[in-house]
Design a protein around this ligand. Structure first.
Ligand code: BES
Ligand code: MN
Ligand code: ZN
Length: 506
């Protein structure tokens, strides 16, 4: 795990392997960003020209490496692009800083210690840079020889000093502490998503949740297959029926003595989605270990909330199952009796996420929380609609949906509000059961949302986040986002919990 500190050192005096500075894009060419004054001075104020000569423009994510000036105690200078320079007297937005810090941390893989001399206009900037750097430094090496990245044989950046920091400034210190807690837990979610499904089955996931939950003072309850049968969790059992690895429902409760509100989080935790009897074809199953990203997100979020000691009660529900075909698997045509008592005709066993979520939503509803937010890699349709970087947000309450979208925007996650059109409900009418698990193909992401809505308790405010697009990055890394599991929705959930705690939401 990368260590991060606020440092009062000036760039020329820091003993490290590299200094990171920011460069922004202006009409006249690249400009050196605030925070790098001492570095620029060492170039007689001509650093922007030097960078331009080297081909730098200040474009977002661009990385330019050059030797540090004489007299510095670091050999390397890394100029990272911040994108467009703010208008006169304006400041860089938090997401630009987060992304630049992330790109710089990635570029420094194989380096031990770096000083980041980026703009620190306020405590929010310090938090954003810390978060971006820690997320960008992430690398999943557990299965590599020597725990190192095979591509370049290098370990991730080990130590980060935020230069120009004020360790005695309470707001700055708090912002950095928050960033560290959130980034560390988000990286834990990434680890879970990246773990191969032969090692992370429902039982293994539940065991990890139990250990980590207890470590952070959460109450953890695990329903194993016997308890699920006893309780009548037909959705979770039906999805897990084909697998040699039995399903689990995990409940993690964080309680604060000062809480006025209760927020429930529900996560889809399909540790592998083969599609079941409605088997996915080759080309569609290679990344389906990521189908537990929702459960990983709500797990990471509740642990982060506990570490931050937020004044709100948060309960996280992880609906864990492996969706496999076998002689004991649920068939298309089977009818499941769900935990809510409703019956569901399973027309497509690959529409399994809504089945496990339905049971967990109903279980969460029984506690009458002020709001429920579920997170799921639920539909390919949402990926077609919004692409690979944006999650869709649906809700049974327009104001709550807007609040979730705004919370996402605040923390730098791309999202978009999606509707739940009533006319799509009748497509799920079943001749034999209360509802079918599939409806019209068009608007498939919204159909899934409408299905879930049926399993939310009367009068409870609920939002559904479909992260099928952004959960897993198959393309090249960018900003603070690595290849593989991204930890999508974790930061939004933590923000929603903060807003709930402060009474600004829910
Ligand atoms: N886990 C998939 C959705 C998914 C697709 C996640 C791509 C990540 C990337 C889900 O269980 C699924 O298979 N959904 C089906 C539903 C359909 C059968 C109604 C889909 O979207 O095709
Ligand atoms: Mn599926
Ligand atoms: Zn799935």
């Amino acid at each position: 795990m990368t260590a991060l500190t606020l440092s009062t050192s000036a760039a020329p005096n820091l003993r490290a392997d590299a200094i990171v500075i920011g460069v922004a894009k202006a009409a006249k060419g690249p400009v050196v960003a605030p925070g790098a004054e001492a570095v620029d001075a060492a170039y007689d104020g001509k650093l922007a020209g030097v960078l331009e000569t080297l081909g730098a423009s200040g474009a977002e994510g661009e990385v330019t490496k050059l030797p540090a000036p004489a007299g510095f105690k670091t050999p390397l200078l890394v100029a990272v692009g911040l994108g467009a320079a703010p208008e006169k007297d304006g400041e860089f937005d938090a997401e630009a800083l987060r992304r630049a810090a992330g790109a710089a941390a990635r570029a420094l893989t194989g380096t031990k210690k770096a000083g980041f001399a980026l703009p620190l206009a306020d405590s929010g900037d310090a938090g954003a840079i810390a978060e971006g750097a820690l997320l960008g430094a992430y690398s999943f090496d557990a299965y590599k020889e020597n725990g190192k990245n095979a591509k370049n044989g290098k370990a991730p950046l080990a130590e980060i000093a935020l230069l120009g920091g004020k360790p005695r400034d309470k707001a700055q210190k708090a912002a950095v502490e928050r960033a560290v807690a959130v980034a560390e837990e988000l990286n834990r979610a990434r680890d879970l998503i990246n773990m191969p499904p032969n090692d992370l089955d429902p039982e293994a996931f539940a065991a990890i949740a139990q250990t980590a939950g207890k470590e952070h003072g959460l109450k953890v309850q695990v329903l194993d297959e016997k308890a699920l049968v006893k309780g009548g969790y037909g959705g979770i059992l039906g999805v897990g029926a084909g697998s040699a690895a039995a399903p689990r429902l995990v409940k993690l409760s964080y309680t604060s003595a000062k809480a006025k509100k209760h927020l429930a989080l529900v996560g889809k935790g399909i540790t592998y989605d083969s599609g079941g009897i409605s088997l996915k074809p080759a080309g569609h199953n290679e990344t389906m270990k990521c189908d537990m990203s929702g459960a990983a997100a709500v797990f990471a979020a509740v642990v982060a909330v506990a570490r931050l000691g937020l004044e709100v009660n948060v309960t996280a529900w992880l609906a864990l199952a492996e969706n496999m075909p076998s002689g004991s698997a649920t068939r298309p045509g089977d009818v499941l009796r769900m935990y809510s008592g409703k019956t569901v005709e399973v027309l497509n066993t690959d529409a399994e996420g809504r089945l496990v979520l339905a049971d967990a939503l109903w279980a969460a509803s029984a506690e009458k929380p002020d709001a429920i937010v579920d997170v799921a890699t639920l539909t390919g349709a949402m990926v077609l609609a919004l692409g690979n970087r944006t999650f869709g947000v649906m809700a049974n309450d327009d104001a709550f949906r807007s609040a979730v979208v705004e919370a996402a925007e605040e923390v730098g996650e791309e999202s978009w509000p999606m509707p739940l059109p009533e006319h799509l409900r009748k497509g799920m009418d079943s001749p034999v059961a209360d509802i079918a698990n599939m409806g019209e193909r068009m608007g498939g992401g919204l159909v899934a949302g409408l299905f879930l809505r049926e399993f939310v308790g009367e009068g409870i405010t609920w939002a559904h986040i479909d992260i099928a697009g952004p959960a897993f990055n198959e393309a090249a890394p960018f900003g603070y986002t690595p290849k593989g599991g991204t930890g999508s929705a974790v930061r939004t959930l933590v923000r929603v919990a903060e807003l709930t705690a402060s009474g600004d939401l829910g």
